[in-house]
Design a protein around this ligand. Structure first.
Ligand SMILES: Cc1cc2nc3c(=O)[nH]c(=O)nc-3n(C[C@H](O)[C@H](O)[C@H](O)COP(=O)(O)O)c2cc1C
Length: 342
């Protein structure tokens, strides 16, 4: 209701500015927002999620807005992507609305305040949702040395995250997606796996690891990646990041902007990759589905296709924050009548 009033104002200004203003307002006034999360508990990756609806990475890159976002009803929030050192990202403008397609193109380029800042924001924060921290590599780090950035980030966030997501699928850091190729992925997962064992031993604490993939993977890559995920004991797959494809939006004047496409135009691809991976992985490794989910019906389809959790981003921009409770309410009424409305 409130969002339908402010949306025209927000859509009248630059998308990144609108994003910053909305988040600042949400954070400033979070105490005025009634805490009405709808619980639908689920256990995934060994973690207890209050409900299976999460915020996708990239909206709160530095964990600056957790109090406000925590009021919207999410069962989990993934902050980041964060890199070892702070970096400014690409020059603005770098986010574009394709409103008639309910989609966005972004080329943010991992603008963030660095992992130390994020860890400080997160530590000691009271929260009642699962927290994922999504890590990436700095632009200045050559792709063949990416492992050192991921290891640095992994170690730094180890004690602060409930799960750690490795992002090798942003289209806005040159060469990053090459890390999804078999040899590169093998050495990345082996290197992180080694560090993980050391950290588990040192802290006597297990942290689930999720890998976030691109929707632009070849179908032949799916079984190869699935084998590597099993071999290296990855705990979840996040499918998907944004696409470089412009299928379905070519008629839009902004479709030629460089960057990753998200929202409704990504929906088909995201569903497809979920199905492809689910047929390879079955129940072995849980899949977090993301990409073009903007209704309870679409979230249900993802669960039917095998997802264990879903994440939202672009749908929130077009439908507003009420989308979170709309999805959880529908999920909880479908399969049980024991949910608690807090
Ligand atoms: C402006 C913007 C910034 C994003 N930044 C990140 C990021 O830093 N790390 C990441 O893993 N994904 C990032 N994403 C991708 C989203 O997490 C999500 O995977 C993608 O947008 C598809 O979901 P959607 O269609 O619901 O938006 C970003 C997306 C957008 C629109």
């Amino acid at each position: 209701m409130f969002y339908s009033l402010v949306k025209p104002l927000l859509f009248a200004i630059d998308p990144e500015q609108a994003h910053d203003i909305s988040l600042e307002m949400l954070q400033q006034f979070h105490r005025l927002i009634p805490d009405r999360r709808i619980d639908k508990p689920t256990r995934v990756m060994g973690l207890d999620f209050p409900n299976p609806v999460g915020l996708a990475a990239g909206l709160d890159k530095n964990a600056d807005y957790l109090d406000g976002l925590g009021r919207l009803g999410f069962g989990f929030i993934e902050v980041g992507s964060v890199t070892p050192k702070p970096q400014p990202g690409n020059p603005q403008p770098r986010v574009f609305r394709l409103a008639k397609h309910q989609s966005l193109i972004n080329r943010m380029g991992f603008n963030n305040k660095g992992v130390d800042y994020l860890v400080e924001r997160v530590n000691g924060k009271q929260r009642d949702f699962v927290l994922g921290i999504n890590i990436g590599k700095n632009l200045s780090t050559p792709v063949d040395q990416a492992l050192s950035d991921y290891c640095l980030g992994f170690e730094r966030v180890y004690l602060s995250a409930d799960y750690i997501a490795i992002n090798i699928s942003s289209p806005n850091t040159p060469g990053l997606r090459d890390l999804q190729r078999e040899d590169a992925l093998e050495s990345l997962l082996a290197g992180i796996g080694q560090l993980r064992l050391e950290l588990e031993d040192r802290h006597q604490l297990f942290r689930p690891l999720a890998l976030k993939l691109s929707p632009d993977l070849d179908q032949q890559a799916v079984p190869v990646i699935a084998d590597l995920l099993r071999k290296h004991k990855v705990d979840a797959l996040i499918a998907t990041n944004t696409t470089l494809s412009r299928d379905g939006v070519k008629d839009h004047r902004l479709s030629a902007e460089t960057g990753g496409l998200s929202g409704a135009a990504l929906r088909e691809r995201s569903r497809q990759l979920l199905s492809d991976f689910y047929s390879e992985l079955g129940e072995d490794i849980p899949i977090i589905s993301v990409g073009g989910i903007d209704s309870a019906a679409e979230a249900s389809i993802r669960f039917e296709l095998g997802a264990k959790l879903v994440q939202l981003y672009t749908g929130l921009i077009y439908r507003g924050p009420g989308l979170v409770n709309a999805v959880t309410r529908s999920l909880s009424s479908q399969t049980s009548n024991t949910e608690t409305d807090r």
